[in-house]
Every structure is written in structure tokens, then in C-alpha cells.
Design a protein. Structure first.
Length: 161
């Protein structure tokens, strides 16, 4: 079984959403040979993580949700929370990390868990430094330090909000 993890920004500019959706679909469909042959790992955060999880499920991949802390749901806006809960129910596996509260260390641990347990990281990343501990850039650097391939999805000249 191949394992593909995601890291990415919560805020994806509107002009980039279609590009990201198409690129994620290509990445996942390129490795899904038969239903269940790919495990997709995601924290199910708003933005890139939820989009990746939806496409993974639609492509026939198994979903593993990795949640960083007990109070993770408090970080979502209402619509994002509803989407998170639907995806969490559809996940084959739920890995709940042992942090009571969301913090940079918990986000980093979740990203590291995904990098440690996958064969490829797909990063919806603008190439800029992380805005906080456990951000996309830190997870990309961690995965690369492990020698994991990282496929970056973004378009030059587009800036995230």
C-alpha cells in the first residue's frame, strides 16, 4: 500500500483553488491502482487538508485522519467544522495525538506524524516560511530531512492571504 500525506495552507486564494484541486486529483489518481490501495493521511484542517481528503476518498483511497489535540474542533469556523466532522466519520483510521490543547507543538507533531508514516508528501505551499510552529514550511522541511519526496502544488506569483 502506498501512503500519501498532505500538508498545506488553510487559506488558498480563490484564483488558485481550481489549480490546486486539479493537481491534487492528478497526484492521487496517479497512485490509486484499485480501491484501498492508497492510504491518504490528513489532519483535516480547513483548506488544503480537507480538499485533499475529499479528493482522496473520491479517488478510492483509504483516509487516515490525524488530529493534533483534544480541542482541535475549536479551531474551525462552523462550515469548516461541519466538513471536518463529515470527513472524520468517513476516515478508516483516526489517530488522535496526545495533546489537550492546540498549540504549535501539537501542529508540528501532527505534521511530523504524517511525514513519518507516508511515502510521499503533497504540499499545497507557497514556498514561504511558516507563520507559526507546525506550519506547512516546517512540515515540508521535516519531510525532506527524512528523505521523503515532496510534491509542491502552487502557482508562482500567487500570494496567500
Amino acid at each position: 500500500m502506498r501512503r500519501i500525506g498532505v500538508t498545506g495552507h488553510r487559506a488558498i486564494p480563490a484564483e488558485l483553488t481550481g489549480h490546486v484541486r486539479r493537481a491534487l486529483t492528478r497526484e492521487l489518481r496517479a497512485v490509486v491502482g484499485r480501491p484501498g490501495s492508497v492510504e491518504a493521511l490528513s489532519c483535516l484542517a480547513a483548506g488544503a487538508d480537507q480538499l485533499f481528503a475529499e479528493i482522496a476518498l473520491d479517488s478510492g483511497a483509504r483516509l487516515t485522519a490525524v488530529t493534533p489535540a483534544d480541542d482541535y474542533e475549536s479551531t474551525f469556523a462552523p462550515a469548516e467544522l461541519a466538513r471536518f466532522r463529515v470527513l472524520l466519520r468517513r476516515a478508516d483510521t483516526h489517530v488522535a495525538l496526545d495533546f489537550a490543547r492546540v498549540c504549535g507543538e501539537a501542529y508540528y507533531a501532527a505534521g511530523a506524524y504524517i511525514a513519518d508514516h507516508c511515502d510521499l508528501i503533497v504540499a499545497v505551499w507557497d514556498g514561504m516560511p511558516a507563520r507559526g510552529q507546525g506550519g506547512t514550511a516546517e512540515v515540508v522541511h521535516y519531510a525532506r530531512a527524512l528523505g521523503k519526496p515532496v510534491s509542491v502544488i502552487w502557482r508562482p506569483g500567487v500570494h496567500r492571504p
